[in-house]
Structure formats: C-alpha cells, structure tokens
Design a protein around this ligand. Structure first.
Ligand SMILES: *Cc1c(COP(=O)(O)O)cnc(C)c1O
Length: 386
C-alpha cells in the first residue's frame, strides 16, 4: 500500500468567494437563470476583450455545440468534419441534428486536427468543421480558417479545454470562426460544476441560439418577470431545448473567471515542472505553444517513446499502485463501437491518433497540486521507466 494519501487525477479549485456567491444566490430568491447568469455572460465577453462578441451561458458545452450547429442550419444530408482524437460530445451533436460526422486524423505535432487530412476529407456535402483545441493548445487555426473560407464551410471551435488559450496572439473565442464553445465541467480549467459558454460575433446566430436555449421562447423567464409589460405573455417560435445555465452555477463562474489567468499560470508552472522532471526518460512531452502563445494546460498528456521498458497500461497500473490517479484522453472515436460501426472506421485510417492513444496517459494537473505532488508523480514515473 502507498504510504501517502491518494493523489487524485483532478480536483476543482473552489474558493470562499465562490461559496459566498452561491449562498447569496440561494438567499436571493432567484436561483435559476437570472441576473448572475447575465453578469457571467457580460464578464465573459469582457474577459475575451472584444465587445463585438455575444456570450451565451449554457448548461454544458455539449449544449453549446448543439445550439451552434443548429443555428448554422446543419441538418440531414450534411457532413461535419472533426477529429477522432476527442470526446464523443464533439461528434454526437452532429448526429442530434441528423447530419453525418466525418472523422479525420490529428497532426502529431499538436495533437489537434490535421489540416491536410481535413482538406482531403471535404466533399460537396461538407458544411462545417469543428476543430478541438486538444489539452488546451490551439489547433492550427490560420490555415484551417483559410481552408474553410475557400470551401464555404462553417467553423465551430470546441474550446472545452481552451480557457485561456491564444492562437497567434489572439484569445480563442475571438478568432474568425462562426462560434466557439467553452466547457465549465467539474475538471475543466474553470468550473461551474456543469456549464458552458457559446460565443459568436454574429448577432443573428446569437439570437437563434438565445431562443433555442430556452424552449424556442421569444422571452426568457427573467425578462418576463422583471419587465414592466405584462409578464405572462410569450411566443413559441420553434421547438427549442432546455439548455440555460442556473444562477447557482453562474455564481461559481463569476469568481472562477476572475481567477482564470492565475489558474493558467499555475497550470503552466506545473507543466514545466513535469517537462523538467521527465527529462531523460523514454517519453514524449506534450507539444508546446508557439513563442508568445498561451496554452491553457487543461491536460498534461505524456506519450511513451519507442524503447520504454513497459507499456502505457502497465505504467498506469504502476502509478495507481503508487497512489496516483491518471487518465487517458481519449479513447479515439474511431475505436468506439458506435462511431466505428456507424461509419465502418478502420484504425489504419488514423495512424497518428492510434499511435498516440496506444502510448499516452494524462498525468494529474490542477491548481491545488503542490510542487511536491508533481515531484511525487515524477518519482513514480522514474521508478517505472528509468
Ligand atoms: C468536456 C468536453 C466536452 C463537453 O463538455 P460538457 O460541458 O461536459 O458538455 C466537449 N468536448 C471536449 C473536447 C471536452 O473535453
């Protein structure tokens, strides 16, 4: 048995201000979507630093991705391209709308979508592309956006890992895509327990998503119960969804967002300590951002190099035996029964994602980790691999 307490893979960092804000919400008489969700949206736009953006708080990133594709008119007969090296949420929303998913391989240099593979996958049915900023490192957005423009494709960024991330000096969320979606799930870089934010520059898209976020209603509840005109009247203009974020969750988000920069700095410092600690071992450290760019460091994904004396599965068992939690992000979609069978996918078609999957693991990385925690993980890695 390990002599130290178990070091979990992830832990949220909830401070006293978050707790006080939640309690204030509970006492306020307004617990669902209301003033705090609105303020969270305003603060989010201010955080991104571009007043031309519309930020819409939603109850998950999955909901935000669904809303964005719906508002862009994706439907049966359409194809949407994304990477196999992601969580199923990125792709499942395409199927919600009856459209088809086309999965492509990653660039092993970024672990994000390979823009050449994307180019080769475009057909006359292709309507949109969904890059994923894997682990918190920006996908290669400049050629991707140029390619999308050339072919008239919509771009929805899955930025679930990417707060804050920059691409050529610009924050993800402010790039020239149609919509960008962030996640505030419990283990993401900031959290509301469950939650997300969808950001767009297009006012018509924002309006459609706002309506579809709440049952296809022309006015939301807060609007109706605080307006001076009669509160009972609304119109249903579409069969919408139930994707609004509660004020209880937004209360957490208001303070988490204030800490996002400090969180990123701490995660980056921990990642650098891992890089230094594993030097000389038969491993491939995570790709680094370009000079001057920010990596959100949602994940620290280590890959075993040729010549490592044990495999990935044995390494994970060794770490667990040493009381250290870790994970794998992700089992690529081309290996998952639904996606594999639905589109008759073969692993040979995704050599880079497959190779990464076979050799990778995600180490614990979160702001409440101490330097000593990192050294403990490094020690266990050196014992297993050195
Ligand atoms: C977490 C995650 C999502 C889904 O986020 P939710 O807020 O849980 O819906 C989507 N894509 C990726 C890449 C994720 O990691």
């Amino acid at each position: 048995m390990p002599d130290k307490p178990f070091l979990p893979f992830a832990l949220p960092d909830i401070g006293e201000e978050e707790i006080a804000e939640v309690v204030d919400t509970l006492r306020s008489g307004w617990i669902t979507t209301g003033p705090k969700a609105r303020r969270f949206e305003e603060d989010f736009t201010a955080f991104l630093g571009d007043p031309g953006l519309h930020s819409l708080a939603v109850n998950s990133a999955t909901a935000g991705l669904h809303l964005a594709l719906e508002a862009l008119g994706i439907g049966p007969g359409d194809e949407v391209i994304t990477t196999t090296h992601t969580f199923t949420a990125t792709a499942e929303v395409v199927r919600y709308l009856g459209a088809d998913v086309k999965l492509v391989d990653i660039d092993p240099g970024t672990m994000c979508i390979d823009v050449q593979a994307l180019r080769a996958a475009i057909t006359p049915r292709t309507k949109a592309v969904m890059p994923v900023h894997y682990a918190g490192l920006a996908a290669d957005m400049q050629p991707l956006l140029a390619l999308a423009k050339e072919h008239g494709l919509k771009v929805v960024e899955d930025a679930a890992h990417a707060l804050p991330t920059t691409c050529a000096g610009r924050l993800v969320g402010t790039l020239a895509s149609d919509a960008t979606v962030f996640s505030f799930y419990a283990n993401k870089t900031i959290t509301t327990g469950e939650g997300g934010m969808v950001v767009t520059r297009d006012p018509a898209l924002a309006q459609r998503m706002r309506v579809m976020r709440l049952h296809g209603m022309s006015r939301d509840a807060f609007d109706r119960f605080t307006a001076t005109v009669p509160s009972w009247y609304y119109e249903i203009v579409a069969p919408g969804f139930k994707y609004n974020l509660t004020d209880i969750a937004a209360a957490l988000g208001l303070h988490q967002l204030k800490r996002a920069r400090a969180f990123q700095q701490r995660r980056e410092a921990l990642a650098l300590q891992y890089d230094e600690g594993v030097a000389g071992l038969p491993v491939i450290t995570p790709p680094r951002p370009r000079e001057g760019d920010l990596h959100a460091w949602h994940l620290y994904v280590l890959r075993l190099a040729d010549g490592a004396r044990i495999g990935r599965d044995a390494l994970i068992e060794h770490l667990y035996a040493a009381g250290i939690g870790c994970s794998v992000h992700y089992i690529p979609l081309h290996l998952q029964p639904y996606w594999r069978d639905r589109y008759a996918l073969r692993r040979e078609a995704f050599p880079h994602s497959q190779r990464a999957f076979d050799t990778m693991l995600s180490l614990p990385l979160y702001t409440r980790m101490s330097d000593a925690d990192v050294q403990r993980v490094v020690g266990a890695l050196r014992a297993a691999l050195g």
